[in-house]
Design a protein around this ligand. Structure first.
Ligand code: CIR
Length: 403
């Protein structure tokens, strides 16, 4: 029997994870659209798939069950209600006009679950639309390569679109237009896949922006939420209210981060590598602060701080002192490796992480500090600016409290 999903820390032994093997959607990226679609260059897709297969294999070799998003989405879409909802979420009458929207919807309602999953992920260009009766101004005026349904190349970063907090799943409220439709797919998976059908929800996709890369379960009961380019103060506050109301955590640390592409999420500047240790961008070490949010007895929020992040985190976690492993000695190496996701590790257990092999200095420093680094290739995967933590959504971790 499979265990119910549950995650209450960053480093508890990882049992089940949701990944997305990149596919045709990456082939939609061109020099004209890559900025808008949030990629920094055009990935070599076959190599990206090989790198991703190796990543998944490393996880499996350590006993982690890997769920692949396309497969779980296809299973969910076998339910006719999910099938219909998936079409509704993808076909936008404001973009296509009523006639084209109707003909695309009716075409998609006749395709099988696997084909629909492919369409929902890879998108549809105007030239790929099924032939329809009569003239369409919309079809005539769009370039054949324009998207009638946008592709979702950032689905690769499953960390951001949903996050498990305790036994509840929060579907993120994604900030960037290029990613918003991802949540519709996650919503279908968690509502209709037999494995998740009974999962209770935390937060909600229609609330203020919160992205999973900003959400870190530092320890059971302690959540850190980065606030920057993607997660807004209102998002952090409403996530805090939601998790307090559900008694999922006792403390939320709201952590401001620079509003820049290089630091789009909290997990771009630090991730946990052990129960009491972070790998951290050196500039963040002394500058990160945190506001501490706790529930008051009257149901309102108490907000204290700001104080240094490491101090606030140690106190909330009940740890005397947190260990910090810098990413690189000199500022230039540190900056280069931060950009290449050196700080973005995925913990498989306390003291065991997956990291990109290219971050040589960072990985050496982690090893020196006694952390086992399972190095993976990511030259192509990294073109979307995300590392192993970004590319993984833990669904089940063993509790740290009862090893
Ligand atoms: N947690 C993360 O830092 N995720 C990386 C997301 C990269 C993606 N291209 C984005 O810009 O949203």
């Amino acid at each position: 029997m499979t265990s119910r999903p549950r995650v209450d820390s960053e480093v508890g032994p990882l049992r089940t994870v949701l990944l997305h093997r990149p596919g045709e959607e990456l082939k939609r990226l061109t020099p004209r659209n890559n900025d808008q679609l949030l990629f920094d260059s055009i990935p070599w897709v076959d190599r990206a798939q090989q790198e991703h297969d190796s990543f998944a294999e490393v996880l499996r070799s350590r006993g982690v069950e890997v769920l692949l998003l396309t497969e779980v989405l296809t299973t969910a879409l076998a339910d006719s209600r999910a099938h219909a909802a998936g079409i509704r979420a993808a076909v936008d009458g404001r973009r296509l006009g009523d006639n084209l929207a109707d003909s695309l919807s009716s075409h998609l309602s006749g395709v099988d679950a696997a084909t629909l999953a492919h369409v929902l992920i890879s998108g549809v260009t105007f030239e790929e639309l099924p032939a329809a009766e009569g003239a369409s101004l919309v079809r005539k005026m769009h370039h054949p390569h324009d998207f009638a349904v946008d592709p979702l190349p950032n689905l690769l970063f499953t960390r951001d679109s949903s996050v498990w907090i305790g036994d509840r799943v929060a579907i993120s409220s994604l900030a960037m237009p290029a990613r918003r439709r991802e949540t519709a797919l996650l919503d279908l998976i968690y509502a209709y896949h037999p494995r998740f059908r009974h999962a209770a929800r935390a937060y909600g996709a229609h609330s203020a922006p919160v992205e999973g890369g900003d959400v870190m379960l530092l320890a059971p009961g302690v959540l850190a939420v980065g606030i920057g380019e993607r997660t807004s103060p209102a998002g952090a506050e409403s996530l805090a209210r939601s998790v307090f109301a559900d008694h999922l955590v006792h403390t939320v640390l709201a952590v401001p981060i620079a509003q820049a592409r290089a630091t789009m999420h909290l997990d771009t500047v630090c991730t946990m590598v052990d129960r009491d240790a972070f790998v951290m961008y050196p500039l963040a070490r002394d500058s990160l602060v945190a506001y501490t949010l706790r529930p008051s007895h009257d149901g309102s929020l108490r907000v204290d701080g700001p104080e240094p992040f490491l101090q606030a985190a140690a106190e909330a976690m009940g740890v005397e002192k947190l260990r910090v492993i810098d990413t690189g000695l000199d500022p230039v190496t540190a900056e280069r490796e931060q950009w290449d996701d050196g700080n973005n590790t995925l913990a498989l257990a306390p003291g065991v992480v997956v990291g990109y092999e290219r971050n040589v200095e960072t990985n050496a420093r982690l090893e020196d500090a006694g952390i086992e680094v399972l190095a993976i290739a990511g030259s192509e995967l990294g073109s979307g600016r995300g590392g192993p933590r970004c590319m993984s959504c833990p669904v089940l971790r063993d509790s740290l409290e009862n090893p």
